[in-house]
Ligand binder design. Structure first.
Ligand code: C2E
Ligand code: CA
Ligand code: CA
Ligand code: CA
Length: 277
């Protein structure tokens, strides 16, 4: 039997209350987690094709909660964006990643990755003075600006305004700009005319099924042509098999990231350390 509108509405609002309550709890726990050192960073290799040699690393945040255990960033980063904690958390990520990068440079020299990327959320970009925060993080550990890549999503910069200006300021500082999940936004190609971009991170959805000659391969080909034509660096995301890597190389891709080459880890395997287990 169909529920009355009223009953349905009540159940719906109870669910909303639950969700709001859970979100508030998670938010408060994240605040504590930041103070208690429960967050840590992992780094995923971005390699050259076809050799699969380490070139860059992408910084990814991890949270191990004492009771909840592993909490996915796909779950908690959006909460931190909504409650604003991402501003402080993001600054910690940025400073920690830059200093880690410089420590690897000091200990491994040319065998260390030559660039590091950090994900930056829309909320961070919209915060006035974000470029100055980045500049301060760089000088804080003596890192050259052009060794940092800031990964922004298409939606974060689409609105223009403060976020777009922040990206322009970063670019003027010499920081490299990567468009993350490229191709999944509503105006990917338009953005290339507006935003100063250095790196296109071609979304995993275009890499999946790339080995079957079909739509995915056609689109992946178009994207590498755009990237090459504009003098950008394309990175194929989410490469899970040797076959995908081979297809990407054949299509002209020279950089890749994915479980096939390495999962996110506390410390990547450097050139001078032999082959990963
Ligand atoms: P993203 O920036 O697109 O990061 C790539 C995600 O894909 C990571 O998930 C990574 O572990 C995963 N991945 C890499 N290779 C493969 C693969 O071959 N197969 C599959 N299935 N997945 C792969 P993760 O670490 O869970 O992060 C999820 C999202 O959370 C990120 O997507 C990003 O949007 C956000 N995020 C993670 N760390 C940070 C951070 O430090 N700051 C901000 N603002 N957002 C972050
Ligand atoms: Ca990313
Ligand atoms: Ca991505
Ligand atoms: Ca993503």
């Amino acid at each position: 039997a169909a529920k009355t509108g009223k009953a349905r509405f009540r159940r719906y609002s109870v669910e909303l209350d639950d969700r709001a309550g859970e979100e508030a709890r998670l938010g408060a726990e994240m605040r504590a987690a930041l103070d208690n050192g429960q967050f840590h960073l992992v780094y995923q290799p971005i390699v050259s094709l076809p050799e699969g040699e380490l070139r860059y690393v992408e910084t990814l945040i991890r949270w191990t909660h004492p009771a909840r255990g592993f909490v996915s960033p796909a779950e908690f980063v959006p909460v931190a964006e909504r409650n604003g904690l991402i501003v402080e958390l993001g600054e910690w990520i940025l400073r920690t990643a830059c200093c880690q990068f410089m420590a690897w440079q000091a200990s491994h020299g040319a065998a260390a990755p030559c660039r590091i990327s950090v994900n930056v959320s829309a909320r961070q970009l919209a915060e006035p003075g974000f470029a100055a925060v980045v500049a301060d993080a760089l000088t804080g550990c003596g890192m050259p600006a052009d060794q940092l890549i800031v990964e922004v999503t298409e939606t974060a910069v689409f609105g223009g305004g403060v976020a777009l200006r922040a990206v322009e300021e970063l670019h003027e500082l010499g920081v490299k700009i990567a468009l993350d999940d490229f191709g999944t936004g509503h105006s990917s190609l338009t953005l290339l005319q507006i935003v100063p971009v250095d790196v296109l991170k071609v979304d995993k959805s275009f890499v999946d099924n790339i080995t079957e000659a079909g739509r995915h391969a056609v689109i992946a080909t178009a994207l590498i042509q755009v990237s090459d034509g504009l003098g950008l660096t394309a990175v194929a995301e989410g490469v899970e098999t040797a076959e995908q890597a081979a297809s990407l190389f054949e299509l002209g891709y020279r950089y890749a990231q994915g479980y096939h080459f390495g999962r996110p880890v506390a410390q990547p395997t450097f050139h001078d350390e032999g082959v990963a287990a």
